[in-house]
Structure formats: structure tokens, C-alpha cells
Design a protein around this ligand. Sequence first.
Ligand SMILES: Cc1cc2nc3c(=O)[nH]c(=O)nc-3n(C[C@H](O)[C@H](O)[C@H](O)COP(=O)(O)O)c2cc1C
Length: 459
Amino acid sequence: MSRQSLRYFVSALERAHPGEVVRISEPVDLAYQTQALALELERRRRFPVLIFEQVRGHSIPVVSNVMASRRGLATALGVGEVELPEEYAKRLKEPLKPIVVDRPPFPVHVQRGDGAVDLGALPIPTYFPGDGGPYLTAGLLTARDPATGVSTAGFHRFQVKGPNRLGVSLHSRRRMFEFQQRAEKAGRSLDCAIVMGLHPAVGMGSLSYPAPEISKFEVVGGLFGEPMQLRRAETLELDVPAWAEIVIEGEILPGVREPEGPFGEFTGYFSRRSTDNVFVARAIVLRQGAWFQSIASGRAPDHILPLGVLREAEISNALRRVVPGVRAVHVPMSGGASFTAYVSIKRTRPGEAKHAISVALGVDHYLKLVVIVDDDIDVFDESDVLWAIATRVQADRDLVVISGSLGAILDPSASPEGLTAKLGIDATRSFGEGGAEKLVMSAEPMAWARELVDRIARA
Ligand SMILES: Cc1cc2nc3c(=O)[nH]c(=O)nc-3n(C[C@H](O)[C@H](O)[C@H](O)COP(=O)(O)O)c2cc1C
């Protein structure tokens, strides 16, 4: 079993943290139940990988919640939770070219051709009452740039519309959106493959923002610390992750748009905004005994945590180039792990906090609120951040507003074309000001209190 496979990850996680993989042998319905279980566990602050062994009407198991915890994402990089931010940020800067293996590294079954392809063979869940139907949520879409040949990969939602037809939304308007537009302008389909059942490092690399000449699979190689293994697709001139459990090969049609949605999105709202593209499947390639991967939808951590952790790494890499005193970056779940960032810095120069605001807001067009605090504030404690805003901010001095900027189409407060205003808050103390003295208890009484509380808890 390669260390680049989903199965390897699940067994490594289970070995290191036995409670973090839960097998459900009770029969489950594809309508809502996989999502409901993830939500109930989240309510109890539990985020294990879930393996649904018996899905009613199907023999393929469903694996979910693979990217739902920082502990899991750290295990994916082979480090502890504390090292995750630094290590992720560092490895993003060390891309490695992938290698292509001759054959799939396990037996595969291929459904090929119009009549033979049947998406109904897959256990595809419906997540929320109100969704437009069953959705593939863990489909990593990969394609090559029609202009340069550089490949990309990213998660996109896919609505089942027929045995070989899927609606797809490219609303994040990044590489795939660009590639599809280029192919469409030339009157051509965009050949692409939907890849499912992947080691989380593949997803973590796919969310990154590399330079245009670097493929996402090169970034994944950097995360693995070894070249990523790819295999040739069965029906396309395209390389796909060698260890994928399921690959759906096909094309996005040029000049065709059909309504797609609604879908329960990361914003916490049903989204009807979509690019309304159409994907037609030409082949389905299943590993023998395949696992079907699902990503819990809406604001579930499986969906949004990897977005936040990636943004933390990208913001800290961008800021470190210009602000040497960056201490920590938190992209909280309260902002959909997309819209909000808290950054703590140790300032050495006047104006550094405002400078940091403009750099951080520019890292990614989804970010629309950046709060810069001093290094005595814990950015992972939102009440500490709000306290800094309450006691260190004067609104007529410390706010930066940019209107009419590129934003997220799915943000319901943005215009339908995705125009948004952005806000930066400088919540640092005025530079050089002695100011009010912060309440701090000295170490000795704190050590006494800690020892007393420990003793009472043991008694
Ligand atoms: C679980 C998940 C689902 C996502 N769904 C979509 C989607 O439906 N459409 C989209 O444009 N971006 C979606 N994203 C964000 C993209 O995957 C991300 O922006 C990616 O880097 C885009 O890849 P690209 O550069 O190849 O376009 C999703 C991200 C995650 C983690």
C-alpha cells in the first residue's frame, strides 16, 4: 500500500489515534444520513474519519470526514498538530515534479462508452433537504491548460443529472474556470477527469496558489516530500493520481449551460449561484473493492477546515516576505474558513499593521476581513481578538475599506457577479505608545493555582 493512498492515510491515522477512525456497520440511507452524522459528531466536538460500511442499495462503502480535523491534516503531512502551520507553509514552497507509472497499481474495472457509463452505480449522497439532488462533493477535477499544457486540480461540486451527466460549478474562478473559458473560446470541450478517494495531502495541495507554470500535483509532491505518482487516464491524454479509488473521465461541454443547484454551501446558505457548466462522463474507472469518498457539506469542517488551514499557510508565506515579525495566522471557521483572517505581529516599524492588511487581503480574492493584532493576542481565541478590537481600535483611524473588489460569488452579501467590499482592521496598539497597562498575573501565583487545581481534580 503506497503512502500516497487514502487507505494508507486512514490506517496511519488509526494507528496514531485509534479513536479517530469510526466504522459504521449500521445500514445508512444516502439521503441526509451521512451528513447528519457528521453534524452530530461536530456538535459533540468530535471529528473522526467515518467509514459507512453498509449503504442501502449499494455494495461500495462511503468514506467521509477525511479532512475534518487539524490532527488528521497534520497526520497527512506526518507531523504533530503544533507543527502543522509551519510545515505546511514550508512545504508549499518546495514543489516536486510528479512521476507517471505505467499501469494503475491495482486491478480496475472500466465502464466505457455512452450506454455503459452509469453514475447510478456509485453511492452518491444527498446532503441537505433543499439540495437540488445527489452531489459528488469529493470530486477533484483535473485538466490541462489548453494554452500551456500545465495541469490543474481542484474540488468542484457535481450535481447528478443523468446516468452520464453532471452539472458543475466553477464559481471559485481560478484555474479551471480560466481553462474552460480558453477551451470554450476555441469552440472545444475541456477534457477532464473527476478523481475521488485521495490521500488528504492531494486535496491540501490542490487548494494552494502556485505560480501559473507550476501544476498542483507538483505542490502535492512537495507536501509528500517525494514525487507524486500519477497514472495515465484510460480514455484521455491526461494524468490522474495513481492511487485514486474512482476516476470519472469526460469533458465539460463548450457553450452549454444548464441550471445547477441549489446546494448547501460553505457559507452556511443554500447556493443558487453557479457557473452552470455541464460535464459528460465518457468512462468510469473503479478500483476493485473501491471506496467512495464523500466530503460533508455546508459549514462542516470536512468541507471548510482544509480551506482555512491552506489560507493560513499562504497568508503567512506572503506576509513573511515583507513583515518579519509575523507570529500567527488564523482563518477561523466563523468566517467560513474563507472570508476572515486574524494575524498577530510583533511590530518593529510604524505603519506595519496597515501594510500587513493590504498584503493579506491580496493573497486570495475570498478574503474580505483581515484583523491585525499585537503578539500578546491569541489569534486562535476569538474572544481575545474581539477584546483587542474593543480596546485598541478607533474606527476613524484604524479601518481600511476597499470597495468593488473581486470577491466570492457564493458570498450572499456580494453582488451576483461576486463584487465585494473588503475591510482591514488595525487592532494593534498605537505604535510606540506606552498606553494602558495590560493586566497580567505573575508566574509564581499562577503556578501555585495550577498545582492546587490539579490536586483538587485528582482528589
Ligand atoms: C470540499 C470543497 C469543495 C469545493 N467546491 C468548489 C466548487 O464547487 N466550485 C469551485 O469553483 N470551487 C470549489 N472549491 C474551491 C476549489 O476547489 C479551489 O478554489 C481550487 O483551488 C480550484 O482549483 P483550480 O485552481 O484548478 O480552479 C471547493 C473546495 C473544497 C475544499
